[in-house]
Design a protein around this ligand. Sequence first.
Ligand SMILES: Cc1cc2nc3c(=O)[nH]c(=O)nc-3n(C[C@H](O)[C@H](O)[C@H](O)COP(=O)(O)O)c2cc1C
Ligand code: SF4
Length: 666
Amino acid sequence: MINSSGKMFTPIRIGSVEMRNRVALAPMSLESITPFENSYLDNRCKEYLVQRAMGGVGLMIVSCWRVDEDIEPMHHFHCNILTRGALYSIVELNEILHSFGAKVFYQLTAGFGRVGSPHPPGGGQPVAPSALPAFWDPKVTCRELSTGEIDTLVEKFGFWAGELKKAGVDGVELHAHEGYLFDQFSCAVFNKRTDKYGGDLEGRLTFAREILHAIKASAGDNFPVVYRYGLKHYMKGYFKGAVPGEDFKEFGRTLEEGLEMAKILERDGFDALHVDAGCYDSWYWPHPPNYMQHGCMAELAAQVKKEVNIPVIAVGRLDDPEVALEVIDKDKADIVAVGRGFLADAHWANKVRYGEVDQIRPCLGCHDACTGRLFNGKPMCCAVNPTVGRELDYQIHKAPEPKKIMIIGGGPAGMEAARVGAMRGHDVTLFETREKLGGHLVAGSVPEFKKDIRKLMSWYEIQLRQLGVTVLTSTPAGLETIERQRPDEILFCTGSVPLVPSIEGIDNPKTAHCIDVLNGEVTLGKNVVVIGGGLVGCEIALWAAGGGRKITIVERLEALMSSGPTVSKENRQMTIDLLALNNIEIRLLSTVSRVTDDQLYLMDSGFNQSRMEYDNLVVAAGMKKDDRLFLEAEKLFKNVRRIGDCLEVRNIQGAIWDGYEVARRL
Ligand SMILES: Cc1cc2nc3c(=O)[nH]c(=O)nc-3n(C[C@H](O)[C@H](O)[C@H](O)COP(=O)(O)O)c2cc1C
Ligand code: SF4
């Protein structure tokens, strides 16, 4: 039980609107649940939000909406557009969300500016506050928005805010963070204008101020408007972010300017400030990966709170209940916004409120299925919760007839299948050879920056116990066990085993697989070489770094993390920046060609040979499926299936999703 004052679950006001508690659902692109070609929030979007309102959210911030589609043409899946059709569905959705006691703010964007598509649909030039190189293709120069276009945007913000108010929306938030158009207007690096929209900070905030006034004029003075912005940009230059703790000169917004902004925004009449950090060039700040601490931006919110009297919303890995409660209890912020915590567990707020924190399915900070899918044009979801965005279809119903299900292998696929199978009312037995459930999660959760995986393992153990799954650890299961058990369904979740490249001398005693290293079976010396620059190789290098140890990653491809499951933009960018900060040497397009007792022989793509001394050679060259038992069993028994790595080597998401998909149909 966490010791807390309980203040998080007391009401608070933003302007005239009272929230039942101090928990907001951080805005997360609805357009990636269903592209709004027909400008209508469909049942997928509705149910996704309704589940979170049922889960105890006080304020739903529904993102992300444009008021105009002509000035900055966009592909429909990049952003929702406010239309009459959209309003109809917004009315209905508000009614439901209000029935569950949540307040509803819509997040409005002025556009993407320099970070939008360099080649907008229909041709033409991208737009920005000033003539800037486009982020995604710096050869393309954005055109400066005309004052006429700015006037149109201001007018449309006013109009649509009025319409949203009539539709029952309680307030709006301006999407002025993470480097989009509003943010570009407010920052001197991106705004070089010489008219009233540029110049000093007051001038650069004119665009937001005029929009605020237009909204208030149309929707009324008591219609709350929140400004969401990054207090500091953490930019070392264009396309260069700065990681926490790095000594650097701020190229973007400084902390001092961010605090000055807070005072101006309050004076101008904004009703609350929603504070994070970073921008596109330092994307891992607004989208903090697992390498960031829980509550990584809470101290920034706390600094703003000292400067203003309007409510301050903190955000950023606040899904750890202890950290979130402390933010409120210690008055670092008035409201906590939680994003991915609500993807991983729709009922996060109620579970915190009722002291059921061990029932919360944790977010891993991986971005594999949320932004990772969104940026690849796939519907947003969650690695640990495959029901996100399909809550209606993916409910688990009791099976018409209980079956006896035997699951072999207690990694993520096996644990998820056991959980879902038991929820369906089946009699499930889970066999695990090792002493502990988890499979590769056990080694994978050793680094401190992977500690949320430990929480996930505990969560599964609790769920399986509560659901009455028979868990047999230290119990290998073979063909005779199946014969004896006579199950109706058999699921093989036997996972994967390390791939060891065929290199002369690789069986040297100084060679170890990364799993053994993580499990503490090997003591690392001062000079470590890692074969394989996939995510696992990079992370083991980061974990082993420090204490004067020299680490080299040898990767045969031309870039790190370029094979295996896609690593999201923010996690990849931060991994690379952390490797650089830790002075980890990267040898791309290179292979280890021979291993001797004291030397490694390397070869690059030009067939140039070099040698290096080493203390340990750590192999992180991938895994191969372990399906030996499955192949035997399927010859002898009916209803035998395999899931997880044993089917195809992937990541945690692949394993959990297989477990869910298969078990919910048994
Ligand atoms: C899938 C996804 C989509 C997001 N879309 C938006 C958005 O449309 N508008 C916005 O302001 N922030 C967006 N964010 C950022 C979140 O609001 C939030 O600031 C971020 O995820 C950090 O909070 P968390 O650690 O609680 O997830 C998005 C985040 C995710 C994961
Ligand atoms: S995909 Fe990963 S980061 Fe995103 S919500 Fe799920 S667990 Fe969290």
